[in-house]
Write a protein that binds this ligand. Structure first.
Ligand code: HEM
Length: 528
């Protein structure tokens, strides 16, 4: 009886003590966390504090890049804010962006729900040694296949692009006078350029495989959009519905993976180390070499070889397709709004190139109006308005402020390109701002459409080649106008990872070449 009574007493005491201990423990934890947040906030760049857990999410309205731009007006060119539990640091001064992104410690990428799904594979969302090795390898590979301003291989890349340009023009010519939305035609042509370099794959227009491929990518973008909330408030991932989105993403990725794996398997069967056909072959070569040297298990930091190749192909495709397609759509849209600019480009090309052939890369140096127009399109549309988010690889100091390792660092390229202290009337489409007093094209150091620093765009040279060859050939071959009875399409874009114009149609009137009138056939430039 006594023993029973004592044990009840001890239990009651323990319960009381443990409840109290737990309460004290929780209180200490909360105080420590609050102190940590306050300490962190004290040394952070200025910006709105927002609410606990939600941060400034409730004040978000409209496009994120415009929200950030408005904050920079209020707090300065280096700001911090919280979206949910994520700390965001926004840089909008080009010198600050350039100086920071040159440094090794700004080459990290944030860890998010998105990067967790990718599992550390690829190049765009990796950091550290894997990223560095992959970036160098891809850079060398792209140069080998002609992504270079100099050398004989440049012609090889030019030919690849011109093959697609000519097919593109043929499809447009076949439309006769009927108004056309250029988007789906451009999607196939631009995909073919990058898929040819990556894995010698070409799709025909109306190809069912291609339509499915694009559907998966489009759906992927939308599904990731619906995951966005969980990127900012991580505990939302425990809510019902989140898992089904995640599962759908994984299912889609598996289907994309299957398509890419089939291509990898086909390449393996026909692989010849003395004749590397594309980037995929250079990967197979690297893997073979490492296996022969007994270092295969170290390659890609020990990650699965096939999965890494799949993700690299996926990364390069998504980085190199949408960006070029959107830029070309913006270029056409600005021509509809500025027909006098289109006319002066056409006059320049008629004079310099003549009407016997399509433009070549070597003409670019003699076409300042055409080149400056492409630059102005890149500036004013800022299709990647917030670059790609970086993250410090360790706690760092920037302009006297403390940035913790987990911060997401956003280079606000849109704000740089729209800064009235750098550009005269930045809202105005004015290609001549890129032409100096001697009539030569000049790019100021604050022109950053491809980012800057160690992680700047890996495909810039290819992008410039494609933009010039597609845009100049289109204008050399057609007069572009708004279809009869339709209004001028809006210049307001849809902001996602990139900014794309709303769907619009154009009317194309052929500008006949001399070879099309003459009895003899003159082969267009680039089709050797
Ligand atoms: C008009 C076309 C393009 C624009 C405006 C553009 C712009 C950009 C920007 C702003 C970045 C982020 C830089 C940073 O993180 O600081 C980037 C990264 C990247 N771009 Fe492009 N890009 C274009 C075309 C291409 C093409 C054609 C390719 C592929 C051949 C490509 C491949 C990449 C890759 C792989 C990265 C990630 C680099 C890394 O994480 O180290 N881009 N691009």
């Amino acid at each position: 009886m006594f023993v029973y009574g004592a044990s009840v007493l001890i239990n009651v005491l323990l319960e009381q003590i443990s409840t109290k201990v737990l309460a004290v423990f929780l209180a200490v934890l909360i105080i420590v966390r609050v102190l940590q947040v306050l300490r962190e906030a004290f040394f952070l760049p200025p910006g709105p504090w927002g609410l606990p857990i939600l941060g400034s999410l409730l004040s978000l309205k409209g496009d994120l890049h415009l929200h950030f731009r408005d904050l920079t007006y209020k707090y300065g060119s280096l700001i911090s804010t919280r979206l949910g539990t994520q700390l965001i640091v926004v840089l909008s001064d080009y010198k600050m962006i350039r100086d920071a992104f040159r440094k090794e410690e700004f080459t990290g990428r944030p860890t998010t729900e998105f990067t967790n799904i990718l599992g550390g594979y690829g190049v765009i969302n990796t950091a550290g040694k894997l990223w560095k090795d992959q970036r160098r390898f891809l850079h060398d590979g792209l140069r080998h296949f002609g992504m270079s301003y100099l050398g004989s291989r440049k012609a090889q890349m030019e030919n690849r692009i011109m093959k697609e340009v000519e097919e593109f023009l043929c499809v447009l010519k076949a439309r006769k006078d009927r108004p056309i939305d250029l988007n789906p035609v451009l999607a196939v042509s631009i995909s073919n350029v990058i898929c040819d370099v990556l894995m010698s794959v070409r799709f025909s227009h109306n190809d069912k495989r291609f339509i499915r491929f694009m559907d998966l990518i489009d759906e992927g973008f939308k599904l990731f959009g619906s995951l966005q909330a969980a990127l900012f408030i991580p505990f939302l991932k425990y809510l019902p519905g989140h898992n089904s989105t995640r599962e759908k993403i994984s299912k889609n990725r598996a289907e994309m993976g299957e398509f890419l794996q089939e291509t990898i398997d086909e390449h393996r069967k026909t692989f010849d180390p003395s004749h590397l056909r594309d980037l995929l072959d250079t990967y197979l070569y690297e893997i073979q070499k490492a296996n022969e040297e007994g270092t295969g298990h170290h390659l890609f930091e020990g990650k699965d070889h096939d999965r890494q190749m799949q993700q690299i192909m996926g990364d390069m495709f998504s980085a190199g397709m949408e960006t070029i397609k959107s830029s070309l759509q913006w270029a056409v849209l600005f021509m509809l709004h500025n027909p006098e600019v289109m006319k002066s480009i056409q006059e320049e090309m008629d004079q310099v190139i003549g009407r016997q052939r399509l433009p070549k890369l070597e003409d670019l140096a003699y076409l300042p109006v055409t080149e400056s127009t492409i630059l102005e399109v890149l500036r004013i549309s800022s299709i990647v308005p917030m670059g790609t988010t970086h993250s410090p690889t360790r706690d760092v100091k920037l302009n006297g402020f403390h940035l913790p390792q987990h911060a997401q660092v956003v280079p606000l390229l849109h704000a740089v390109h729209m800064d009235p202290t750098l550009w005269d009337e930045p809202d105005k489409f004015n290609p001549s701002r890129f032409i100096n007093a001697e009539g030569k094209v000049q790019k100021p150091e604050y022109f950053l459409p491809f980012g800057v620093g160690r992680r700047m765009c890996l495909g810039e040279i290819l992008a410039r080649m494609e933009l010039f060859l597609f845009f100049s050939s289109l204008l050399h071959s057609f007069n572009i106008s708004v279809p009869e009875g339709e209004t001028l399409p809006s210049l307001k874009g849809i902001a996602g990872v990139t900014i794309t114009p709303n769907a619009f149609k154009v009317s194309l009137k052929p500008r006949p070449m001399e070879w099309e009138n003459a009895a003899t056939t003159i082969r267009p430039a680039g089709s050797h």
